[in-house]
Design a protein around this ligand. Structure first.
Ligand code: ARG
Length: 272
């Protein structure tokens, strides 16, 4: 009698554990083929969708060059995925803790980040530009001295401005995302915003009424390259690299590039 009860107890506990495990599976968002040994895990990709034309929100959807490129890469690799708008600083934390599998967000490949993360092969060449109001006396990066400059926190734009003005300079205002930095420029909170050239140009093009101009300064701003970012040691990296190469070589990359930038990409610059 006692033994029977014990057996029953064990069975109930086992059933509960199995139910819990099933719930766990659902909450980590595995794809529809539940329970089977062949269950394919959805790759969770993070982004900061406030960086047009790379990633931004349009009618409740994340859209942009990066979004189309990601889709082409994942289709090529045959991987199921989900893109989440989690914000810039949280993106780095979530990758480091392996809460998510991958990031695409106009992320520049640099040595400092490479110590903590892995990157794909480069997929876009970028540099910085200065956004100012029309009529501003600022004409190049050196003119930023003594001015208040807005940057997105934790970006290479912040680094570029710190190089010019000094790391501890109180005139550097750091914003959570690039959209709020530009809003502060419009409101007169800062004299300039330094951000990635394609983002600055896109804003100027789409907002002629705002009377903002974007200034290039190739002497003081270096060229850099974007890559998809992974937790260190991720086994996704080789798969993504292979798929990205195919997307570039097949002409799909050029198609996406033309859709968003209206011009032919310089593929050679990516292969340096
Ligand atoms: N390329 C710059 C960097 O990696 C800025 C990227 C910001 N991206 C974004 N989605 N907010 O630091």
């Amino acid at each position: 009698m006692l033994k029977m009860k014990k057996g029953l107890f064990v069975a109930v506990v086992a059933a509960l554990l199995m139910a819990l495990a099933a719930c766990g599976g659902k909450s980590t968002e595995t794809s529809s083929s539940s329970g089977g040994g062949e269950a394919k895990k959805k790759i969770v990709v993070g982004t900061d969708a406030a960086f047009a034309p790379f990633e931004y929100m349009d009618k409740g959807k994340i859209v942009g060059f990066d979004v189309d490129l990601l889709d082409a890469i994942m289709k090529e690799a045959g991987l199921d995925y989900e893109l989440r708008n989690i914000g810039w600083d949280p993106l780095f934390a979530a990758l480091q803790s392996k809460e998510i599998d991958m990031g695409i967000s106009g992320i520049t490949i640099n040595d400092e980040r490479k110590q903590t993360y892995d990157f794909s092969i480069p997929y876009f060449e970028s540099t910085h530009m200065i956004m100012v109001k029309e009529g501003s006396p600022i004409q190049n990066a050196l003119d930023l001295k003594g001015k208040t400059v807005g940057v997105q926190n934790g970006t290479t734009g912040q680094e570029a401005v710190e190089k010019l003005l000094g790391k501890e300079n109180k005139n550097i205002k750091k914003f959570e995302n690039t959209v709020v930095a530009i809003m502060d420029l419009l409101n007169g909170g800062v004299d300039a915003v330094v951000t990635d050239n394609a983002v600055a140009n896109e804003y100027v093009k789409n907002n002629p009424d705002k009377k903002i101009k974007a200034i290039a300064d190739p002497k003081n701003f270096q060229s850099e390259f974007y890559g998809l970012m992974f937790p260190k040691g991720s086994d996704l990296k080789p798969k993504i690299d292979e798929a990205l190469k195919k997307v570039i070589d097949s002409g799909k990359y050029a198609e996406i590039y033309k859709k968003w930038f209206g011009t032919e990409p310089n593929i050679e610059s990516l292969k340096q």
